[in-house]
Design a protein around this ligand. Structure first.
Ligand code: ZN
Length: 495
């Protein structure tokens, strides 16, 4: 078995072979902290959290760099976009760095709730202006960038003559020229397709730095190239991001780094597909942008209720990262149920007593469970197919429930198989998929509840229905259900 990754650069699955094992360098384009993260942002960071977790599970030493975009000149679909940070800072009456800190904190808070592991380095664009200027100087010296009126542009046409511009995104220069709008600064550029490496700051622009070309601020693409090169070197293993970043962002990163380092920067390019909402692209114009705090609280007209971070994580992992994913209340409600079902079974499994040396009384079932467990690593090694891993775990859930309900005897499976199930469920659910049991009950509370359940059981056996009913009815009022099992036992459930 070997890990296979779909490489967007070669457009095929490739066996993962790190450049310098056991080290793996991974760069993921981080958030632009000019506003709150929304549902669309949850997908890339959860997707690459799985990649990171699995590489760690395989024993690699991963340097995971995920930047914070807190400055810069942006482009959208090849056209220039406004400086979102300065604009928002004026709007919220905050110092730009205050605004950036506020949304960085909010981003960290939300993604810790999603149980994503922190990157090992989280560099900020504003902290790496020096490196960006050095790279731009290098591009000018090599003849692939030019200065006009204090701004510096990358010469795409010249680059395209000698290199494969558009290889990653499949876009061609003519295509790009057509989609580029005529804007003010177009007059400065030699060609419409050229992109900004540095922009001269107009007098009122708040975020500005000194440079050899005068006061200004960096282009968006150069940030990632400079920070990735600084921390991962000129050739590193994995670069990830959403499919929407392929062009022009990643295509431009490749062009810049290829000129500076004399070779393309990345071995495996990985891109996750996008999230749509009720079949529509997410966007301000559709009025369907749901922020993460709105999702967690339910405070959005499109939401029927609040959805927990783990429900959203589970919902995202139920689809392979390269497939489209449509958000709807129904889909999330189904995910919530599914996640609960998985964790209920996992808790039952964990509570099964450890008995050594039991031979399976049902060999056929025992073999089938082992075959199903064998499939789990194959699914994740197949380009991180979390959807199949979850489906594989769910195939085993009915057997666990049948053991609990005593529909099948507890010795149907060998003790070795039961232990393997416990181990594999732990590894896949918690370590690799990073799912947590949000219904998990703290231990002292659990003890008290078990005590009440046993008092109710005793009361019932003594026909003291006053006591047994009181326990049941009073607990029901606070959302705890007492259940009388077939064998005379009493169990309880948080609703
Ligand atoms: Zn980037």
């Amino acid at each position: 078995m070997a890990l296979e990754i779909y490489n967007s650069y070669s457009r095929r699955k490739e066996v993962f072979e790190p450049i310098n094992p056991p080290y793996v360098g991974m760069y993921v384009c981080g958030p632009t902290v000019s506003g709150e993260s929304h549902l669309g942002h949850a997908r890339p960071y959860i997707t690459f959290d799985i990649v990171y977790r699995y590489l760690l599970h395989l024993g690699y030493k991963v340097r995971y760099v995920r930047n914070i975009t807190d400055a810069g000149h942006f482009e959208e679909e090849g056209r220039e976009a406004e400086d979102k940070i300065s604009k928002k800072a004026l709007l919220e009456k905050l110092e730009p760095m205050e605004l950036v800190q506020k949304y960085t904190n909010l981003f960290h808070w939300a993604f810790r709730k999603f149980n994503t592991l922190d990157p090992t380095i989280e560099p900020t664009a504003t902290g790496h202006i020096v490196e960006q200027i050095a790279m731009i100087e290098d591009l000018i010296a090599k003849g692939y960038a030019y200065e006009v009126n204090g701004s510096v542009y990358f010469d795409v046409e010249k680059y395209a003559k000698g290199y494969d511009y558009g290889k990653l995104s499949g876009r061609i220069i003519e295509d790009l020229l057509e989609t580029t709008r005529i804007l003010e600064s177009q007059d400065e550029k030699r060609n419409k397709a050229d992109f900004a490496l540095w922009k001269a700051a107009p007098p009122k622009h708040i975020m500005r730095w000194k440079s050899p070309w005068g006061d200004g601020f960096p282009g968006w693409h150069i940030e990632c190239s400079a920070m990735a090169t600084k921390y991962l070197g000129s050739y590193f293993d994995i670069h990830g991001g959403g499919m929407d970043l392929m062009f022009p962002h990643h295509e431009s990163e490749i062009a810049q780094s290829t000129i500076c380092n004399a070779h393309p920067p990345v071995k495996y390019w990985m891109h996750n597909n996008m999230i749509t909402i009720n079949g529509k692209k997410m966007g301000k114009s559709y009025n369907n942008v749901i922020t993460l705090t709105e999702l967690f609280s339910g405070a959005h007209p499109l939401l029927v209720k609040a959805f927990s971070p783990m429900t959203i994580r589970f919902f995202i992992l139920q689809t392979h990262y390269r497939s489209g994913l449509d958000f709807s209340n129904d889909a999330l409600l189904a995910s919530e149920k599914g996640l609960r079902r998985l964790f209920d079974a996992y808790e039952i499994l964990k509570a099964l007593p450890f008995i050594e040396g039991v031979e399976a009384s049902d060999k056929e079932l025992d073999n089938r469970i082992n075959t199903q467990l064998d499939e789990l690593p194959k699914y994740i090694e197949d380009d991180f197919n979390t959807a199949k891993v979850l489906a594989g775990l769910f195939e085993i859930v009915p057997t666990i429930n049948s053991i609990k309900d005593k529909v099948i005897a507890s010795d149907s499976l060998s003790s070795a198989t039961i232990n393997r199930m416990k181990q594999d469920f732990h590894v896949f659910i918690e370590e690799i998929l990073g799912l947590k049991n949000e219904w998990a009950v703290e231990s002292p509370f659990k003890e008290v509840m078990n005590l009440l359940a046993s008092i109710r059981k005793d009361a019932r056996s003594k026909r003291d229905f006053h006591t047994s009913d009181k326990i049941r009815d009073e607990l029901a009022k606070v959302g705890i259900e007492m259940k009388d099992d077939k064998d005379g036992g009493v169990s309880w459930n948080l609703q």
